[in-house]
Every structure is written in C-alpha cells, then in structure tokens.
Design a protein around this ligand. Structure first.
Ligand code: 13P
Length: 251
C-alpha cells in the first residue's frame, strides 16, 4: 500500500557489554554475505556502546541509535545523555517515549515530545513510541489512548523533519504475545489516518510506523507484511545476530 522503505531497529535495552559487539560482527557478516537487506537496519545499544556500534556498523550499513535522550543539550543532569552526545557518538536515531521509560521514569507525553524535539534539534531521527496497556485494550480504549499519545508526543516539527512512530502495545513487550494481525492492521491504519490528518497526506503518508512487541523470527514475515507496518522495533530478538537477521530478511 505504501512505498515507504522499511526500517528494522533493534533495541538492546539495558543489555550488552563490549563482548556483545561480536553479535554485531556476526550481523554485519550476515548482511554483507547474504541477500541485500530490503530494510534500513538500526541497532540501539546501551549508551556505552553507541560509538562502537556506529563505527563498527558503518561498513555493513548498520546505523546506530540511542535509547533515550535528555531534553537539554548539556547541563547539570547527572547520569543523563543528550541528543547532541548521541549524535556526536555517531548515532542517527534516538528512541524516545519507550513504555519502559514511561513506566520506570514516569515520562509524560509532554516530556517525550520535548525529547523528540531535542533529538530533531541534534540532527537525529526520533523513534517515538506509543502503545496501550492490556487494561486499556480490554476496556476498548486502545485506539483512543494511542491517538492521545500521538497528539501529545509527536512535536509539530515532525511536519518538516523525519520522525518515526513505533506502535508497541505494552502487554506485548517481552511477553511472547502479540495482537492479532487484524488488530495490528487496525491500529496502524488508525495511526496513519491521524498522521495524515495532522501533517497532510504528502507528509503523513511518508512517516514510518513500526510495530514492536514480541516481534520474532517466527512471526516477523506475517506482521511485517501488514498494511501500514513499515518495519519493526525489536527487543529480545535483536540481541542474537541470527534472530535479528531473520527478522530483517522477513521484510
Ligand atoms: P520485545 O521484542 O523483547 O518484546 O521488546 C519490544 C520492545 O520493547 C522494543 O522496543
């Protein structure tokens, strides 16, 4: 339905020591010796490995991303990392508003929007995460919750810059459960309609909408073939080169 080039991003979360770069080496080998990938490939390691992933991934086309960024460029914010620092380390993307950060750090839509703006300001492409909890889905509120998150988490600057939306139902993350294909199709169509509504057809139809939540080698082919699913945000299965490569190849 769309001609958007797909993107598969791996979110390593708080996993990965320097030896995990062996997986990156293996992934690079698979990507360069196998059939050319039909997707943009991004790896978002912990901040400690962003520079290494950016450097090591370059020759095989693997791009690096951060998992979060502060709203400010610099300052007295112990332990935080700014979008400029990620860019300086070679990142081209930054995940913002992941449900684990919304839950663990109480991040609000307003903060997520400010982070997305900061990422854009630093020249990064924000991957803005939205998604409902299981209770919200059971209450029939999934679409309205996600719609509200889209309104408040996506900055107006998305009209002029590249942003990526990731739909990650909270209850599907790390659980091995996924929505039905129909439910994914319905949610992605709803997100698409809202993007077109807000940013116009020309822009709204070019924004990638990724699916995330227990995306695995076994289900990648069918999920990635759903209309308006323009790629995936992969957690656990991105930690093993073979699994991640299988998902990339499913595009
Ligand atoms: P899993 O693929 O492990 O379910 O994680 C999804 C996710 O949260 C990616 O950001």
């Amino acid at each position: 339905m769309t001609t958007i080039s797909p993107l598969i991003a791996g979110n390593w979360k708080m996993n990965g020591l320097s030896q995990s770069l062996d997986e990156l080496t293996e992934l690079a080998q698979l990507l360069t010796t196998g059939e050319a990938p039909r997707a943009v490939v991004v790896v978002c390691p912990p901040a400690t490995l962003v520079a290494a992933v950016a450097t090591q991934g370059a020759s095989s086309g693997i791009l690096a991303g951060g998992q979060d960024c502060h709203v400010n460029a610099s300052g007295a914010h112990t332990g935080d990392i700014s979008a400029y620092m990620l860019a300086d380390a070679g990142a081209q993307f930054a995940i913002v508003g992941h449900s684990e950060r919304r839950a663990d750090h109480g991040e609000t839509d307003d903060q997520v929007r400010a982070k997305a703006e900061a990422a854009i300001g630093a020249g990064l492409k924000p991957i803005i995460c939205v998604g409902e909890t299981e209770a919200q889905r059971d209450a029939g509120q999934a679409e309205s919750i996600v719609a509200a998150q889209l309104v408040s988490s996506i900055p107006d600057a998305a009209g002029l810059h590249e942003v990526i939306v990731a739909y990650e139902p909270v209850w599907a993350i790390g659980t091995g459960r996924t929505p039905s294909n129909d439910d994914i199709a319905q949610m992605h169509a709803s997100i698409r309609a809202r993007l077109v509504d807000r940013f116009g057809a020309d822009k709204g139809n070019t924004i990638r909408i990724l699916y995330g939540g227990s995306l695995k080698p076994v289900n990648a082919r069918e999920i990635l073939a759903i209309d308006n699913v323009n790629g995936g945000l992969v957690g656990g299965a991105s930690l093993l080169a073979k699994d991640f490569y299988t998902i990339i190849s499913a595009v």
